[in-house]
Design a protein around this ligand. Structure first.
Ligand code: ADP
Ligand code: NA
Length: 328
């Protein structure tokens, strides 16, 4: 039987992913390689919708792919590619835009949030969810991992797929949200109530997968904790300690109650020192493997070209069907 197909993407908008990206999303990508027919892409087309520097984009696209390989995505077990190398994404997006209502597109709350922060929002940022619909529908995707912020976009995708099917004949599979069992929401180390985020956190608030050991350890030791001295999980009253416990628990594969027991009667200093070691042990090999991939860009580009080739085998078939149905 066919394994369910899953598709997910991440923007190449930073030199490094952070621990929040990893624990909240990318870790799941690695797991899903075995249970699913997984398609993963670095979404560079999406990354140009809010202003960008071409050299930085090229560098970050490679850096993103290198990190995805470094955390354990295996091109033999998943299809890993760069979105702009599969032109069918933009071709299908145009067709989908023709059946999207202006009013329905205008209801996307993420655009409202993002455009409010910009002086001059682009049309590309506005139609971003339509490109996202095309990303998903091109591959007969069964499941899409989505956080709360992406739910509305997946609903739009389903609406557009259903509308196309009804108008032109059954073509698209309607994708379902995939709700991972365990995803950690990781807080900012300096402001634990807020999420760790490349756009909003100060450097000391985020652990990057490409941080040096020294820098990562310093950030953990300097993390904001709370008054009192007990190391217990209590998100409301001890958000800082709780966030560190969550990170510790996942990276050391140790249940939180076990950690609470281990640190009973000990101070924040011991706890943070140990966690710093755990974090450094985790990121050091990932950072090293990332540099290895980036040291041989010819080989890296070859892996990505091969991934795009496999993605296109599916995408061209879907687009041919769509073009035929709409009368091209
Ligand atoms: P950022 O907030 O740093 O800009 P993105 O919005 O690009 O990150 O998110 C990329 C992926 O990482 C998404 O799947 C998102 O849900 C996840 N993610 C980002 N930050 C966190 C976090 N602090 N905790 C858990 N997951 C996160
Ligand atoms: Na995602």
């Amino acid at each position: 039987t066919r394994k369910p197909r899953v598709l997910s993407g991440i923007q190449p908008t930073a030199e490094s992913f952070h621990l929040g990206n990893y624990l909240g999303a990318l870790r799941q990508w690695v797991t899903l390689q075995d249970t699913h027919d997984a398609f993963y892409m670095v979404v560079d087309l999406h990354a140009i919708t809010a202003g960008h520097d071409p050299q930085a984009l090229r560098r970050r696209t490679r850096a993103s792919a290198a990190q995805l390989l470094a955390i354990g995505l295996d091109p033999a077990r998943c299809t890993l590619f760069v979105q702009s190398q599969v032109p069918e994404h933009t071709q299908l997006a145009w067709v989908m835009s023709a059946i999207t209502g202006f009013g329905e597109a205008s209801r996307m709350t993420q655009f409202k949030d993002k455009s409010a922060k910009q002086e001059r929002a682009s049309v590309g940022l506005f139609t971003y969810p339509i490109l996202q619909a095309a990303d998903i529908l091109l591959y007969d995707t069964d499941q899409v991992p989505v956080g709360e912020d992406q739910r509305q976009h997946l609903e739009l995708t389903r609406d557009l797929a259903g509308r196309f099917n009804k108008t032109f004949g059954k073509t698209f599979r309607l994708p379902e949200p995939y709700i991972p069992k365990e995803t950690a929401k990781i807080g900012d180390l300096q402001e634990p109530g807020a999420k760790m985020s490349k756009s909003n956190s100060v450097p000391a608030g985020i652990i990057e997968l490409r941080d040096t050991p020294k820098s990562a350890a310093k950030k953990i030791r300097g993390a904001v904790t709370d008054t009192g001295r007990e190391i217990v999980f209590d998100e409301e009253n001890k958000p800082g300690v709780s966030n560190l416990l969550s990170i510790y628990s996942v990276l050391a594969d140790t249940p939180i109650p076990e950690l609470e027991a281990r640190y009973e009667g000990k101070g924040y200093g011991d706890f943070k020192g140990d966690l710093a070691e755990v974090v450094v042990e985790f990121i050091t090999p990932i950072a090293a493997r990332t540099e290895e991939y980036l040291a041989d860009t010819a080989e890296l580009d070859k892996i990505l070209t091969e991934g795009a080739h496999r993605a296109r085998a599916v995408a061209t078939a879907t687009l041919a069907d769509v073009y035929d149905k709409v009368g091209f």
